[in-house]
Ligand binder design. Structure first.
Ligand code: SF4
Ligand code: SF4
Length: 326
């Protein structure tokens, strides 16, 4: 029996039984890093760590369109394709072509972009693509998101602000860059401020949000640990926070998608979750431990009870069981 606890963002099977995520979190995902080495060098994005570790393995910097097609052909149709990864996707000149091709193949897609590298012709090609979500990351005054705010950038931002891509959300960290505020105002756009995380311990100057460690029981992104990243050389990383390249699951240029989840590395991580994810990247994941450790789940429920009162809480639980109380 399921109890929907909206505030916790999860479903519980039975009172403290098996935890199940929303359907969204069951959807497998592959995020494409179309290049390695992002010119934006945002302060919260450990590019140096990534470059140092990725190029130990390979010298392939950009994903070719040919290899992109080979990799995409390996993905089951229910895998959502994200153009995000560990670099601005449009730094690869074939990005718009890749997006069109992915759409033609019938995949669901998400795009996260700073617009850097997006040319007018790219915008024309993708403006009608039915992205499930598009995130436009905006520059700020605080040195967080660090793209060059010059004439070219302001022109493409103005274009996208006038006619946003499908399901578009504009986001930023800190305070919005002064030069872009008139463009947003003119187009009635309210940008959303996001919190910064230290990407599973990979960004030393951002304080971890882990207050009490507890035992991590679940990844907030995916129930089955299948929100993965593919890099230009075809190798697949475990998570988009794995800038240190600690967990490589396999290579989609040479192996199948299912083999990624049958290999020793995946099995090792899965097993580690039985012990709070010790010995893996996830052990330091401040985005997940804050909510999805056993102890935090209990604490959060206690907080809700304190906030709403026990009677209201019980009513809500009963309602989620389909039992109406007058
Ligand atoms: S956050 Fe995005 S845009 Fe900024 S450096 Fe990292 S990959 Fe590039
Ligand atoms: S590091 Fe965090 S987001 Fe990434 S797989 Fe582990 S728990 Fe999930």
């Amino acid at each position: 029996m399921r109890i929907w606890l909206k505030e916790l963002g999860i479903q519980l099977n039975g009172l403290w039984g098996k935890i199940e995520m929303e359907d969204d979190f069951k959807t497998p995902l592959m995020a494409f890093s179309t290049v390695i080495g992002c010119v934006n060098n945002c302060s919260y994005c450990p590019q140096k760590t990534l470059i140092h570790n990725y190029f130990k393995r390979t010298d392939v910097k950009k994903m070719s369109f040919g290899n992109f097609k080979i990799i995409l052909a390996k993905l089951p149709r229910n895998v959502r394709v994200d153009f995000s990864g560990m670099a601005e996707p449009f730094l690869n000149k074939d990005c718009a072509k890749m997006i069109e091709y992915t759409n033609d193949k019938g995949f669901q897609m998400i795009l996260c972009t700073t617009l850097i590298g997006m040319r007018n012709e790219d915008y024309e090609r993708i403006c009608d693509i039915p992205f499930g979500l598009t995130y436009i990351h905006l520059p700020d005054n605080d040195g967080n998101t660090n793209m060059k705010v010059d004439g070219d950038y302001l022109r493409i931002l103005d274009r996208v602000a006038k006619n946003p891509l499908k399901n578009c959300t504009f986001t930023y960290y800190g305070s919005l860059h002064k030069k872009i505020i008139p463009i947003l105002k003119k187009n009635n756009i309210t940008a959303l401020k996001f919190p910064l995380y230290n990407r599973a311990g990979n960004v030393s100057h951002i304080k971890s949000k882990i207050k009490s460690r507890g035992k991590l029981v679940l990844c907030k992104n995916s129930k089955y640990l299948n929100h993965n990243d593919v890099y230009p050389d075809g190798s697949v990383g475990f998570c988009n926070a794995d800038y240190g390249q600690r967990h490589t699951l396999g290579n989609l240029l040479t192996a199948s998608y299912t083999s990624l989840f049958k290999g020793e590395e995946f099995k090792r991580i899965r097993k580690a979750f039985k012990n709070g994810a010790k010995g893996t990247l996830c052990y330091d994941c401040d985005g997940c431990i804050g909510v999805y450790s056993k102890e935090n789940l209990i604490n959060n429920t206690k907080k809700i009870v304190r906030k709403t009162g026990l009677t209201k809480y019980i009513k809500r639980v009963m309602t989620s069981f389909g039992i109406k109380i007058k």
